[in-house]
Design a protein around this ligand. Structure first.
Ligand code: FAD
Ligand code: NAP
Length: 343
């Protein structure tokens, strides 16, 4: 156990916020993790488990132990006629795992290319992009129950996945450390090109019969062209979730804003719901490209809040509150943060 004291967390969060942690412990296997959980320093302090730090906003120094999950390894555990079951340990980079799947022609995660962070955090908010979420391919999560120190297994249903939600982000938050995830991938690809940007990118390259590599390349090209690279400009991706509103609220919204984009949701058959892109709402309130002190809303993607250099977490948090309030005032719609805020 290599205990580091008073460490800057700037390299460990993609917002690049320069706060410090009292203690920092990295583990590369379950034995090391169990040793940490049995240690005095862990028992006597509060703790926070992190992967790539790409969905965190740290507003002050962390007066406890940061646990950095670095358990590596990818292995095939089972194969059937149509599927391949691949286990990825929690400390693997998500994008490298996607690249491994593309190289081996295992289909299902190609739309999720270039999402930062680690495999272990992917079930937390049921990561999603371009019409695919990990709930579509997730078979099982292995997680250490912190109070009992026992490994437990969660199947897809147990995870209670929703839009950017899971049991691990709600009732089980801070009670479990995810150690690995098993994905059920397809040997024969079922491609999802429902998002206009993917169709446009394939058309631009004149690809008529795409394979999973073509989809992955298209997603990488789109994302690289419009999202700021966190290594250059600190950010945590979309700061807010897209609001989902009921039919009555939608009618009112649509009448007042007939040109606003919207998507009818198909997952709730008993009650119609509509998704309104949060980026559009924020842009309409005049925030897109606006720089306020060391922070602001990105010029190409209003939903992404950025650190222009020396922003403090609290500064970004206050900007988020101001954006939230103006969207509420203009549209009577509440937008909720997707990023995990620690203040
Ligand atoms: P961290 O930020 O380290 O942690 C996030 C949360 O998970 C924290 O609450 C942490 O305590 C918890 N956690 C981390 N590891 C574990 C573990 N092993 N066990 C239990 N809890 C854990 N997200 C999307 O869904 N779709 C996107 O398209 C997308 N695009 C992005 C683009 C950019 C440029 C950036 C910066 C972010 C983007 N994100 C996106 C958000 C982010 O990348 C994902 O949410 C990612 O899964 C976070 O992984 P991480 O390892 O960095 O988690
Ligand atoms: P976009 O293509 O400009 O679209 C704006 C929003 O409209 C998206 O948020 C998306 O919702 C929704 N949308 C677009 N086409 C849709 C369709 N055919 N059906 C249903 N909903 C549709 O979005 P973008 O900002 O460039 O992002 C592209 C994708 O990457 C999105 O899926 C987005 O979620 C994901 N992304 C996520 C993050 C993050 O940090 N979470 C960061 C960057 C990109 P959804 O968001 O629900 O898909």
């Amino acid at each position: 156990m290599n205990l580091i004291e008073n460490i800057s967390l700037k390299p460990y969060n993609t917002f690049q916020i320069d706060v410090s942690a009292k203690y920092f412990l990295e583990f590369t296997n379950i034995d090391e993790l169990e040793e940490i959980l049995n240690s005095t320093v862990y028992k006597e302090n509060k703790s926070l488990i992190i992967g790539g730090g790409s969905n965190l906003l740290l507003c002050k120094n962390f007066d406890g132990v940061i646990l950095k999950n670095s358990i590596k390894g990818i292995s095939i555990i089972k194969e059937t006629e149509n599927h391949i079951y691949v286990k990825a340990n929690a400390g693997e980079s998500w994008h490298e795992f996607v690249m491994y799947c593309i190289e081996n022609n295992f289909a299902g995660v190609e739309n999720l290319s270039l999402i930062p962070g680690c495999v272990g955090a992917s079930p937390m908010q049921n990561i999603g992009a371009y019409g695919v979420e990990i709930k579509d391919v997730l078979h099982e999560v292995e997680a250490l129950n912190i109070p009992t120190n026992q490994l437990e297994y969660f199947n897809n249903e147990d995870c209670k996945f929703g839009y950017r939600e899971s049991i691990f982000k709600n009732t089980h938050k801070d009670k479990y450390i995810i150690t690995s995830v098993v994905f059920c991938l397809n040997k024969k690809a079922i491609l999802n090109i429902s998002y206009g940007a993917i169709k446009d990118e394939l058309a631009k390259k004149q690809i008529q019969n795409p394979n999973i590599k073509d989809i992955s390349d298209a997603v990488i090209a789109i994302r690289s062209s419009k999202l700021p690279d966190p290594k250059i400009l600190g950010n945590a991706g979309s700061f807010f979730k897209n609001p989902e509103i009921d039919e009555i609220s939608f009618k009112e919204f649509h009448e007042a804003n007939p040109t606003a984009p919207y998507y009818e949701l198909t997952n709730n058959i008993s009650e119609k719901q509509y998704k309104i892109p949060a980026g559009w709402l924020i842009e309409q309130c005049g925030w897109k490209g606006k720089v306020i002190g060391n922070t602001g809303s990105h010029k190409d993607q209003a939903l992404v809040l950025v650190n222009y250099g020396n922003a403090e977490g609290e500064e970004i948090y206050q900007l988020a509150l101001a954006i939230q309030q103006s969207v509420k005032e203009k549209f009577n719609i509440t937008i909720s943060p997707e990023v995990n805020i620690y203040r």
